[in-house]
Design a protein around this ligand. Structure first.
Ligand code: HEC
Length: 115
């Protein structure tokens, strides 16, 4: 059976899958340069360590809320800088001893996604 005779739905599905895969490949080119294992460690750290101040659902506690709608006002560089250097004079500690810049980039993506 020639391809053109395939049901429209099957062709639509194939096109959608191809479009989705190319999107994943393109977007990952801009993602932080870290592996899956490190991402899992960071997600855990985000919940346990960052969450201990910012709240398990990032709605705030001792630390300010890190909700995506609030973070939308801040640019990536500001957030990366705060995570690595902390905010002097406040309880927000610098994390650069534990986190690379790529780690911080990925955490900012996690914050923007929300939870
Ligand atoms: C000991 C408590 C504490 C921990 C742990 C902590 N933070 Fe914070 N964080 C704060 C406080 C307090 C502020 C608000 C500082 C200020 O007044 O500007 C803050 C601010 C921030 C901001 C800026 C928010 C804004 O509104 O601009 C970001 C981003 C942030 N923290 C990310 C993190 C991440 C990521 C972690 C974990 C790696 C983390 N914090 C761990 C206390 C904490």
């Amino acid at each position: 059976m020639p391809t053109a005779d395939k049901p429209l739905i099957a062709r639509t599905y194939a096109i959608a899958t191809a479009a989705f895969l190319s999107l994943v490949i393109v977007s990952s080119a801009f993602a932080a340069d870290i592996g899956d294992e490190r991402r899992a460690e960071l997600a855990y750290m985000f919940e346990q360590d960052c969450g201990s101040c910012h709240g398990l659902s990032m709605k705030g506690g001792l630390g300010s809320p890190l909700l995506p709608e609030i973070m939308a006002d801040r640019d990536d560089e500001t957030l990366i800088h705060i995570i690595l250097e902390g905010v002097p004079g406040t309880p927000m500690p610098p994390w650069k001893m534990l986190l690379s810049r790529d780690d911080a980039v990925w955490l900012v993506q996690l914050i923007r996604k929300g939870r």
